[in-house]
Design a protein. Structure first.
Length: 455
């Protein structure tokens, strides 16, 4: 992959302009969406092409080269995402309208007295460098090496930060009330096709395919005895451990929580209408005789109210005067090889070398929900499979060797559900507010289109 700076996407706000491409119409979020291909940026300007003004926005020019530069970034991004490209002239016109809208929004920000100071710009550069697994100097060197002027890069970054700032100002007044949250949760649960979940215990008395009548009757009688003993108050889990031929019998016969679609049809039919604590009549399947007990029932959670939790471990080496980033990467690469070859355990290396508070636990960071780690760490972690080791990963804290231990989908707590729904509803309202604001800013601007862009 020749992409040097993978995570610098210049976000495109589609509101108020003709560019309506889902792959690129994203509000700017520094944590994950300031991305572009600097290799593409560096090759955008063909020195043989004479630049000229394609539009004036309140007397401020938009040039053909600006259109070409943004167009190349968008085309590459759409290609990477597998999005079909429209005709180039048509896309160029959309990009021009996008740039006109952005220019008007930047002018609006200036009129409001908004600005981005050098400290904020430096912090954004540092974050981008970390997201791209590079130190700040290496990040800048890579930009320059690929032919892009560093000052121009910083000016464009400042503009994007200012766009985010003025857009944030327009959305900070958005509010979501509790009634809206309650209504949305009810709608999500009402649309949930599964409806509910059942906690079952199971006893199986196997009956071979070719069996004489006496053996078949004996198996049926045994199943009837299990049902009778369970109804008389005996512990069903103990009965399962005693007589069940099913694999889960050794652990008390529990299936865990299951939706109807996750259970055999016979099981669903045999427990339909049973109360919690109820025991089914024995019933026959090709495998043998079954007895079921309903341990509990609950309303299943809508998929939108589930969260994927991750358990991960890491080894952290902090970069400083005593250890360069390159040396830390090399050391962690060596540790990775040792773990893969069985020459050392991850836990022992973490206890010996990690410079994080988790070192004493063998690097274990416990179970976490999305968003609890910095983006550059979490992005790598999310691509791992259980048991897999990452390559050495640079973050703002140092260099990490990450191991994904486990991943599971669980229902959010009530508080988490409400917060998640609040965020969804707020994003929807914010998008609507941004569209109205962007349309108004564009309508107020005096725009003079000149020669069409030549991409």
């Amino acid at each position: 992959m020749t992409l040097a700076v993978r995570k610098i996407l210049w976000p495109l706000l589609a509101a108020g302009c003709a560019l309506s491409l889902s792959a690129v119409a994203q509000p700017l979020r520094l944590s994950a969406s300031l991305n572009t291909d600097v290799g593409t940026v560096a090759s955008q300007v063909d020195g043989r092409t004479v630049d000229y003004i394609v539009a004036l926005v309140n007397s401020e020019p938009v040039t053909n080269n600006e259109v070409r530069q943004r167009l190349l970034r968008i085309e590459q991004q759409m290609t990477q995402q597998g999005t079909a490209l429209p005709p180039r002239d048509e896309l160029a016109q959309r990009v021009l309208e996008l740039l006109v809208s952005e220019r008007a929004q930047l002018q609006d920000a200036a009129e409001l007295g908004l600005s981005v100071d050098d400290a904020a710009l430096a912090q954004a550069e540092q974050a981008l460098a970390a997201q791209n697994q590079l130190g700040l100097e290496a990040f800048r060197q890579r930009i320059v090496a690929q032919g892009m002027d560093l000052n121009r890069f910083r000016n464009e970054l400042r503009s994007q930060l200012l766009l985010r700032k003025v857009r944030d100002r327009e959305t900070e007044r958005v509010r979501v009330n509790n009634a809206e949250i309650d209504r949305h949760i009810e709608e999500l649960n009402a649309r949930n096709p599964e409806g509910g979940e059942t906690l079952l215990r199971h006893v199986l008395i196997k009956v071979p395919e070719s069996v004489d009548a006496e053996t078949a009757q004996s198996a049926q009688a045994k199943a009837q005895s299990v049902a009778a003993r369970a109804r008389s108050g005996e512990d069903f889990a103990a009965l399962a451990r005693e007589v069940s031929d099913a694999p889960e019998g050794a652990t008390g016969g529990s299936f865990g929580w299951r939706t109807a679609s996750q259970l055999p049809t016979l099981f669903v039919q045999s427990t339909k209408g049973l109360p919690v604590g109820g025991v089914s009549e024995p019933f026959r399947s090709p495998a043998g005789w079954h007895v079921l007990k309903v341990d509990d029932r609950r309303q299943s959670v809508a998929p939108e109210l589930m969260v994927v939790k991750t358990r991960t471990s890491h080894i952290l080496l902090r970069v400083g005067p005593q250890l360069s980033q390159e040396a830390a990467i090399a050391r962690l690469a060596d540790m990775r090889e040792k773990v893969i070859k069985g020459q050392a355990t991850f836990e022992s290396l973490a206890r010996q070398f990690s410079q994080d508070g988790s070192a004493s636990q063998g690097g274990d960071l416990g179970w976490v929900a999305p968003g609890q780690f910095v983006p550059e760490f979490e992005a790598v972690m999310d691509r791992l499979s259980p048991g897999e080791l990452s390559q050495p990963t640079v973050s703002r804290f140092g260099v990490h060797l990450i191991r994904l231990d486990n991943r599971e989908q669980v229902a959010m707590t009530t508080e988490q559900q409400r917060e998640a729904v609040r965020n969804v509803l707020r994003d929807q309202k914010a998008e609507e507010a941004l569209q109205i604001w962007a349309q108004n800013v564009r309508a107020r601007a005096y725009v003079e289109f000149r020669d069409p862009p030549r991409p």
